[in-house]
Design a protein around this ligand. Sequence first.
Ligand code: UDP
Length: 164
Amino acid sequence: NAGTLQAVEAGRQSTFAMIKPDAMSQLGSVLSELTEQRLKLRIAGLRLLQLTTAQARHLYNEHQERPFFKSLVAYITSGPVLALHLTGPGAVGRWREALGPTDSAVARTSAPNSIRAKFGTDKQINAAHGSDSVAAAHRELSLMFPEWDVSDRLPSLGSDAEMV
Ligand code: UDP
């Protein structure tokens, strides 16, 4: 439809970002990174929520066999989070770049200006989340913003886009 075409022509991309419980006390500073780092991303939607264990397990479903899964779910459900729908050219990559490496300690040496370097603690407690692909963004946005009709705003993603 016309809306989808316009979004694609404008190079608009959507990603799912989340400020994790450990960074919620510095929420203003973390959100300021959107302008500090000149990301040119727009906040198209946001929700304050506390994830249930079931939601957390869904969100991190790809990690369910990993040894850190249980503690990751405990951490992410330990307090409120801010879920964000960000849009703009290259939103997925730009937000990942702004986050820096998964491990905040690594980030402090390799990407000192990144969000995880500035606000995170270690490889688990790392301040914020960002989808790692367009397909992941679609899945995560559908999960966290169920009222938002993702299919109307993103080009078709094929079978990768199936919800879990
Ligand atoms: N994580 C963890 N232990 C690890 C690696 C990751 O607890 O050894 C947590 C961390 O909070 C991370 C999340 O699991 O952000 C998802 O891991 P992933 O490898 O997808 O990293 P990300 O895409 O968030 O950088």
